[in-house]
Design a protein around this ligand. Structure first.
Ligand SMILES: [Zn+2]
Ligand SMILES: [Zn+2]
Length: 371
Protein backbone atom coordinates (compact mmCIF):
# COMPACT_ATOMS: atom_id res chain seq x y z
CA UNK A 1 0.00 0.00 0.00
CA UNK A 2 1.44 3.37 -0.91
CA UNK A 3 0.90 6.52 1.10
CA UNK A 4 -0.31 9.61 -0.69
CA UNK A 5 1.28 12.91 0.25
CA UNK A 6 -0.90 15.98 0.23
CA UNK A 7 1.15 18.56 -1.68
CA UNK A 8 -1.29 21.44 -1.46
CA UNK A 9 -4.89 22.52 -1.43
CA UNK A 10 -7.49 24.20 -3.64
CA UNK A 11 -8.70 27.73 -3.07
CA UNK A 12 -12.06 28.21 -4.77
CA UNK A 13 -15.18 30.38 -4.56
CA UNK A 14 -17.17 27.18 -4.19
CA UNK A 15 -17.39 26.37 -0.51
CA UNK A 16 -19.60 23.37 -1.13
CA UNK A 17 -20.24 20.90 -3.91
CA UNK A 18 -21.90 22.31 -7.01
CA UNK A 19 -22.54 20.88 -10.38
CA UNK A 20 -19.11 20.11 -11.93
CA UNK A 21 -20.17 21.75 -15.18
CA UNK A 22 -20.87 24.98 -13.31
CA UNK A 23 -17.65 24.70 -11.29
CA UNK A 24 -15.52 24.19 -14.36
CA UNK A 25 -16.36 27.68 -15.58
CA UNK A 26 -14.58 29.22 -12.56
CA UNK A 27 -11.01 30.28 -11.98
CA UNK A 28 -9.45 28.78 -8.86
CA UNK A 29 -6.05 28.53 -7.24
CA UNK A 30 -3.89 25.69 -6.05
CA UNK A 31 -1.72 26.59 -3.07
CA UNK A 32 1.24 24.27 -3.03
CA UNK A 33 3.02 23.52 0.25
CA UNK A 34 5.98 25.88 0.15
CA UNK A 35 8.52 23.01 0.38
CA UNK A 36 7.35 21.64 -2.98
CA UNK A 37 7.75 24.90 -4.93
CA UNK A 38 10.91 23.78 -6.75
CA UNK A 39 8.90 20.97 -8.30
CA UNK A 40 7.04 23.57 -10.41
CA UNK A 41 10.23 24.37 -12.37
CA UNK A 42 9.24 24.81 -16.07
CA UNK A 43 5.62 23.80 -15.51
CA UNK A 44 4.60 27.23 -16.83
CA UNK A 45 5.67 26.07 -20.31
CA UNK A 46 2.57 23.89 -20.69
CA UNK A 47 -0.93 25.20 -21.36
CA UNK A 48 -2.81 22.45 -19.55
CA UNK A 49 -2.12 20.45 -16.41
CA UNK A 50 -3.72 17.49 -14.72
CA UNK A 51 -4.64 17.87 -11.10
CA UNK A 52 -5.02 14.77 -8.92
CA UNK A 53 -7.05 15.60 -5.88
CA UNK A 54 -9.06 13.97 -3.11
CA UNK A 55 -12.86 13.94 -2.91
CA UNK A 56 -12.57 14.72 0.79
CA UNK A 57 -16.33 15.27 1.19
CA UNK A 58 -17.31 11.97 -0.41
CA UNK A 59 -18.87 9.46 1.87
CA UNK A 60 -18.86 5.81 0.85
CA UNK A 61 -19.58 4.51 -2.63
CA UNK A 62 -21.75 2.11 -4.55
CA UNK A 63 -20.49 0.04 -7.44
CA UNK A 64 -23.36 1.07 -9.69
CA UNK A 65 -25.43 4.22 -9.84
CA UNK A 66 -26.86 6.98 -11.98
CA UNK A 67 -24.51 9.24 -13.92
CA UNK A 68 -25.32 12.77 -15.03
CA UNK A 69 -27.47 11.75 -17.96
CA UNK A 70 -29.59 9.56 -15.68
CA UNK A 71 -28.17 6.31 -17.09
CA UNK A 72 -26.88 3.68 -14.68
CA UNK A 73 -23.18 2.86 -14.89
CA UNK A 74 -20.55 1.10 -12.83
CA UNK A 75 -18.39 3.32 -10.62
CA UNK A 76 -15.34 2.69 -12.81
CA UNK A 77 -17.34 3.69 -15.86
CA UNK A 78 -18.24 7.03 -14.25
CA UNK A 79 -16.63 10.17 -12.88
CA UNK A 80 -18.56 9.89 -9.59
CA UNK A 81 -16.77 11.32 -6.52
CA UNK A 82 -18.00 8.36 -4.48
CA UNK A 83 -15.49 5.62 -5.28
CA UNK A 84 -13.32 3.08 -3.40
CA UNK A 85 -10.26 5.37 -3.75
CA UNK A 86 -11.86 8.81 -3.68
CA UNK A 87 -9.45 10.48 -6.11
CA UNK A 88 -10.34 12.89 -8.87
CA UNK A 89 -8.34 13.80 -11.96
CA UNK A 90 -9.20 16.89 -13.94
CA UNK A 91 -7.37 18.49 -16.83
CA UNK A 92 -7.36 22.25 -16.31
CA UNK A 93 -6.03 25.30 -18.07
CA UNK A 94 -2.96 26.75 -16.43
CA UNK A 95 -3.38 30.51 -16.30
CA UNK A 96 -0.28 31.36 -14.32
CA UNK A 97 2.19 30.42 -11.59
CA UNK A 98 3.48 32.76 -8.94
CA UNK A 99 5.89 31.21 -6.43
CA UNK A 100 3.91 28.31 -4.92
CA UNK A 101 0.51 29.43 -6.23
CA UNK A 102 -1.03 28.15 -9.46
CA UNK A 103 -4.02 29.89 -11.03
CA UNK A 104 -6.15 27.56 -13.13
CA UNK A 105 -9.52 27.44 -14.81
CA UNK A 106 -11.72 24.38 -15.20
CA UNK A 107 -11.10 22.75 -11.84
CA UNK A 108 -14.21 21.09 -10.39
CA UNK A 109 -12.98 20.97 -6.80
CA UNK A 110 -14.36 22.84 -3.78
CA UNK A 111 -12.43 25.16 -1.51
CA UNK A 112 -10.06 23.24 0.75
CA UNK A 113 -9.81 20.16 -1.49
CA UNK A 114 -6.51 18.32 -0.85
CA UNK A 115 -4.23 18.09 -3.89
CA UNK A 116 -1.99 15.02 -4.23
CA UNK A 117 -0.26 15.54 -7.54
CA UNK A 118 0.13 17.82 -10.54
CA UNK A 119 1.31 16.69 -13.97
CA UNK A 120 1.60 18.44 -17.30
CA UNK A 121 -1.08 17.38 -19.75
CA UNK A 122 0.79 15.67 -22.57
CA UNK A 123 -1.14 14.58 -25.61
CA UNK A 124 1.30 11.73 -26.35
CA UNK A 125 0.33 10.08 -23.08
CA UNK A 126 -3.15 11.42 -22.52
CA UNK A 127 -4.61 10.71 -25.93
CA UNK A 128 -4.82 7.24 -27.40
CA UNK A 129 -3.25 8.27 -30.70
CA UNK A 130 -5.97 6.37 -32.51
CA UNK A 131 -8.71 7.85 -34.57
CA UNK A 132 -11.84 8.23 -32.49
CA UNK A 133 -14.41 5.57 -33.41
CA UNK A 134 -17.00 6.51 -35.99
CA UNK A 135 -19.70 8.50 -34.22
CA UNK A 136 -22.60 6.48 -35.60
CA UNK A 137 -21.26 3.30 -34.07
CA UNK A 138 -20.87 4.63 -30.57
CA UNK A 139 -24.54 5.51 -29.96
CA UNK A 140 -24.02 8.19 -27.36
CA UNK A 141 -26.91 9.05 -25.07
CA UNK A 142 -28.91 11.37 -27.33
CA UNK A 143 -29.59 13.78 -24.45
CA UNK A 144 -26.06 13.97 -23.03
CA UNK A 145 -25.01 17.13 -24.86
CA UNK A 146 -28.09 19.15 -23.98
CA UNK A 147 -28.00 17.92 -20.38
CA UNK A 148 -24.41 19.10 -20.14
CA UNK A 149 -25.56 22.54 -21.31
CA UNK A 150 -28.46 22.54 -18.83
CA UNK A 151 -26.20 21.60 -15.95
CA UNK A 152 -23.64 24.24 -16.85
CA UNK A 153 -26.59 26.68 -17.13
CA UNK A 154 -25.39 27.48 -20.61
CA UNK A 155 -28.74 28.88 -21.72
CA UNK A 156 -27.31 30.25 -24.95
CA UNK A 157 -26.09 26.81 -26.04
CA UNK A 158 -29.54 25.38 -25.21
CA UNK A 159 -31.18 28.11 -27.25
CA UNK A 160 -28.97 27.35 -30.25
CA UNK A 161 -30.12 23.72 -30.03
CA UNK A 162 -33.76 24.76 -29.71
CA UNK A 163 -33.42 26.75 -32.92
CA UNK A 164 -32.88 23.48 -34.79
CA UNK A 165 -36.51 22.44 -34.32
CA UNK A 166 -38.13 25.84 -34.07
CA UNK A 167 -36.60 27.20 -37.25
CA UNK A 168 -36.11 30.78 -36.11
CA UNK A 169 -34.87 32.60 -33.04
CA UNK A 170 -37.51 34.61 -31.22
CA UNK A 171 -38.19 35.83 -27.66
CA UNK A 172 -40.88 33.16 -27.19
CA UNK A 173 -38.42 30.38 -27.89
CA UNK A 174 -35.85 32.03 -25.62
CA UNK A 175 -38.47 32.20 -22.85
CA UNK A 176 -39.22 28.49 -23.11
CA UNK A 177 -35.52 27.68 -22.97
CA UNK A 178 -34.86 30.11 -20.13
CA UNK A 179 -37.66 28.81 -17.87
CA UNK A 180 -36.81 25.18 -18.60
CA UNK A 181 -33.15 25.52 -17.64
CA UNK A 182 -34.14 27.26 -14.42
CA UNK A 183 -36.87 24.73 -13.66
CA UNK A 184 -34.54 21.76 -14.17
CA UNK A 185 -31.98 23.36 -11.90
CA UNK A 186 -34.64 23.68 -9.19
CA UNK A 187 -36.07 20.20 -9.74
CA UNK A 188 -32.74 18.45 -9.55
CA UNK A 189 -30.93 20.53 -6.97
CA UNK A 190 -29.86 19.28 -3.59
CA UNK A 191 -31.73 15.99 -3.58
CA UNK A 192 -28.91 13.79 -4.79
CA UNK A 193 -31.26 12.77 -7.58
CA UNK A 194 -29.06 13.27 -10.59
CA UNK A 195 -31.57 11.83 -12.98
CA UNK A 196 -32.42 14.16 -15.79
CA UNK A 197 -35.21 13.71 -18.25
CA UNK A 198 -34.56 10.83 -20.57
CA UNK A 199 -37.70 10.81 -22.66
CA UNK A 200 -39.16 7.96 -20.61
CA UNK A 201 -41.85 10.01 -18.83
CA UNK A 202 -39.84 10.36 -15.62
CA UNK A 203 -40.07 14.08 -16.02
CA UNK A 204 -43.35 15.65 -17.09
CA UNK A 205 -44.09 19.16 -18.28
CA UNK A 206 -47.55 20.66 -18.50
CA UNK A 207 -47.51 23.53 -20.96
CA UNK A 208 -50.39 25.97 -21.19
CA UNK A 209 -49.75 27.29 -24.69
CA UNK A 210 -48.97 25.89 -28.13
CA UNK A 211 -46.53 28.46 -29.44
CA UNK A 212 -42.79 29.19 -29.64
CA UNK A 213 -42.47 28.90 -25.85
CA UNK A 214 -43.37 25.20 -25.92
CA UNK A 215 -40.66 24.36 -28.48
CA UNK A 216 -37.98 25.74 -26.14
CA UNK A 217 -39.42 23.58 -23.37
CA UNK A 218 -39.39 20.41 -25.45
CA UNK A 219 -35.77 20.72 -26.51
CA UNK A 220 -34.41 21.54 -23.07
CA UNK A 221 -36.49 19.14 -20.98
CA UNK A 222 -36.75 16.32 -23.52
CA UNK A 223 -40.47 16.14 -22.66
CA UNK A 224 -42.23 16.02 -25.99
CA UNK A 225 -45.54 15.32 -27.57
CA UNK A 226 -44.08 12.11 -29.02
CA UNK A 227 -42.74 10.62 -25.78
CA UNK A 228 -45.81 11.65 -23.76
CA UNK A 229 -43.67 13.69 -21.40
CA UNK A 230 -45.50 16.83 -22.52
CA UNK A 231 -49.07 17.54 -21.49
CA UNK A 232 -50.99 20.38 -23.08
CA UNK A 233 -53.57 22.49 -21.28
CA UNK A 234 -55.34 24.53 -23.91
CA UNK A 235 -55.64 27.75 -21.91
CA UNK A 236 -53.32 30.10 -23.77
CA UNK A 237 -51.12 31.19 -20.88
CA UNK A 238 -47.36 31.46 -21.30
CA UNK A 239 -46.78 29.18 -18.36
CA UNK A 240 -45.58 25.66 -17.69
CA UNK A 241 -45.39 23.26 -14.77
CA UNK A 242 -42.34 21.04 -14.35
CA UNK A 243 -42.67 17.78 -12.42
CA UNK A 244 -40.76 14.59 -11.68
CA UNK A 245 -42.41 11.26 -10.90
CA UNK A 246 -41.93 10.27 -7.28
CA UNK A 247 -41.90 13.87 -6.03
CA UNK A 248 -45.21 15.42 -5.14
CA UNK A 249 -44.16 19.01 -5.68
CA UNK A 250 -42.99 20.69 -8.83
CA UNK A 251 -42.65 24.22 -10.16
CA UNK A 252 -45.00 26.32 -12.21
CA UNK A 253 -43.31 29.18 -14.00
CA UNK A 254 -45.32 31.89 -15.70
CA UNK A 255 -44.45 34.93 -17.74
CA UNK A 256 -45.00 38.18 -15.82
CA UNK A 257 -47.38 40.72 -17.38
CA UNK A 258 -44.46 43.20 -17.56
CA UNK A 259 -42.59 40.88 -19.91
CA UNK A 260 -43.72 42.63 -23.07
CA UNK A 261 -43.09 46.10 -21.68
CA UNK A 262 -39.53 45.12 -20.76
CA UNK A 263 -39.00 43.55 -24.18
CA UNK A 264 -40.35 46.62 -25.93
CA UNK A 265 -38.09 48.94 -23.94
CA UNK A 266 -35.00 46.89 -24.75
CA UNK A 267 -35.87 46.06 -28.34
CA UNK A 268 -38.26 48.71 -29.71
CA UNK A 269 -37.43 47.92 -33.34
CA UNK A 270 -38.34 44.25 -32.86
CA UNK A 271 -41.71 45.16 -31.37
CA UNK A 272 -42.49 47.52 -34.25
CA UNK A 273 -41.60 44.87 -36.84
CA UNK A 274 -43.53 42.20 -34.95
CA UNK A 275 -46.62 44.37 -35.20
CA UNK A 276 -46.12 44.89 -38.92
CA UNK A 277 -44.92 41.48 -40.05
CA UNK A 278 -46.77 39.09 -37.73
CA UNK A 279 -49.84 40.92 -36.41
CA UNK A 280 -50.80 42.89 -39.50
CA UNK A 281 -49.15 40.53 -41.99
CA UNK A 282 -48.22 43.67 -43.91
CA UNK A 283 -44.43 43.44 -43.92
CA UNK A 284 -42.39 43.93 -47.08
CA UNK A 285 -39.53 41.57 -48.00
CA UNK A 286 -37.16 43.98 -46.24
CA UNK A 287 -39.37 44.10 -43.15
CA UNK A 288 -39.36 40.30 -42.95
CA UNK A 289 -35.58 40.12 -43.28
CA UNK A 290 -35.14 42.85 -40.67
CA UNK A 291 -37.67 41.12 -38.40
CA UNK A 292 -35.58 37.95 -38.43
CA UNK A 293 -32.41 39.85 -37.52
CA UNK A 294 -34.13 41.88 -34.80
CA UNK A 295 -35.87 38.73 -33.56
CA UNK A 296 -32.51 37.06 -33.11
CA UNK A 297 -31.20 40.07 -31.20
CA UNK A 298 -34.25 40.17 -28.94
CA UNK A 299 -34.07 36.40 -28.50
CA UNK A 300 -30.47 36.23 -27.31
CA UNK A 301 -30.77 39.62 -25.56
CA UNK A 302 -33.54 38.19 -23.39
CA UNK A 303 -31.09 35.86 -21.70
CA UNK A 304 -29.24 38.77 -20.11
CA UNK A 305 -32.41 40.12 -18.44
CA UNK A 306 -32.69 38.83 -14.84
CA UNK A 307 -35.01 35.81 -14.66
CA UNK A 308 -37.12 37.23 -11.83
CA UNK A 309 -38.02 40.38 -13.71
CA UNK A 310 -39.52 38.34 -16.56
CA UNK A 311 -40.96 35.26 -14.87
CA UNK A 312 -42.51 34.12 -11.64
CA UNK A 313 -41.83 30.67 -10.22
CA UNK A 314 -44.05 28.96 -7.63
CA UNK A 315 -43.79 25.58 -6.00
CA UNK A 316 -46.96 23.59 -6.71
CA UNK A 317 -48.48 20.30 -5.73
CA UNK A 318 -49.93 18.48 -8.70
CA UNK A 319 -51.27 15.02 -9.30
CA UNK A 320 -49.24 13.45 -12.04
CA UNK A 321 -51.03 11.51 -14.71
CA UNK A 322 -50.08 7.84 -14.83
CA UNK A 323 -47.70 6.56 -17.49
CA UNK A 324 -49.20 6.75 -20.95
CA UNK A 325 -51.03 3.50 -21.65
CA UNK A 326 -49.95 1.36 -24.59
CA UNK A 327 -52.87 0.44 -26.79
CA UNK A 328 -53.20 -2.38 -29.27
CA UNK A 329 -53.72 -1.59 -32.89
CA UNK A 330 -56.76 -2.50 -34.95
CA UNK A 331 -57.57 -2.24 -38.67
CA UNK A 332 -60.39 -0.03 -39.93
CA UNK A 333 -63.04 -2.09 -41.74
CA UNK A 334 -63.39 0.43 -44.55
CA UNK A 335 -60.04 2.14 -45.28
CA UNK A 336 -57.94 -0.82 -44.00
CA UNK A 337 -55.58 1.54 -42.20
CA UNK A 338 -54.20 0.69 -38.80
CA UNK A 339 -55.15 2.75 -35.74
CA UNK A 340 -54.99 2.70 -31.95
CA UNK A 341 -57.79 0.59 -30.52
CA UNK A 342 -58.77 3.34 -28.07
CA UNK A 343 -59.58 5.66 -30.99
CA UNK A 344 -61.70 3.17 -32.92
CA UNK A 345 -65.44 3.53 -33.52
CA UNK A 346 -67.65 0.43 -33.41
CA UNK A 347 -70.68 0.15 -35.71
CA UNK A 348 -72.75 -2.95 -36.48
CA UNK A 349 -70.06 -5.16 -34.98
CA UNK A 350 -67.30 -3.69 -37.21
CA UNK A 351 -64.38 -1.46 -36.29
CA UNK A 352 -63.84 1.86 -38.07
CA UNK A 353 -61.49 4.82 -37.77
CA UNK A 354 -63.19 8.08 -36.78
CA UNK A 355 -63.14 9.41 -40.34
CA UNK A 356 -64.74 6.31 -41.87
CA UNK A 357 -67.02 5.86 -38.89
CA UNK A 358 -68.39 9.39 -39.33
CA UNK A 359 -67.44 10.43 -35.83
CA UNK A 360 -65.93 13.83 -35.03
CA UNK A 361 -62.42 14.18 -33.73
CA UNK A 362 -60.32 16.90 -32.07
CA UNK A 363 -57.49 18.67 -33.82
CA UNK A 364 -54.61 20.61 -32.39
CA UNK A 365 -54.00 23.61 -34.64
CA UNK A 366 -52.58 27.08 -34.16
CA UNK A 367 -55.89 27.95 -32.53
CA UNK A 368 -55.54 25.24 -29.89
CA UNK A 369 -57.66 22.12 -29.62
CA UNK A 370 -60.70 22.38 -31.87
CA UNK A 371 -63.49 19.96 -32.70
ZN1 LIG B 1 -40.90 31.61 -32.58
ZN1 LIG C 1 -60.90 4.17 -41.92
Amino acid sequence: MITLKQIGKVESNFKEKEDPFVMRKQVSRIILEIDYTEGLYRLSEVPYIQVIFGFHLSDGYSLKGPVYTGETRGVFASRSPNRPSPLGVTTVKLIGIENNILTVSGLDAVDGTPVYDIKPYASVFDETGEEPPEKEWTFPDPRSEIIRFVRAEDIKACLLKAGTIHGHFCPGLASGVYVSVMAMKKLYSGNGNRTCSDGMEKMIVITETNNCFSDGIQVVTGCTFGNNGLIFYDIGKTAATFLIRGKDTGFRIRMKPDFHTILEEKHPEFSRLFQRVVRERAGTEEDIAAFKIKGREACFGLLSIPFDSLFECKEVKTMLPSYAPIFDNVICYRCREQLMESKAVRKNGEIFCKQCGGSGFSRLTGEGIIQ
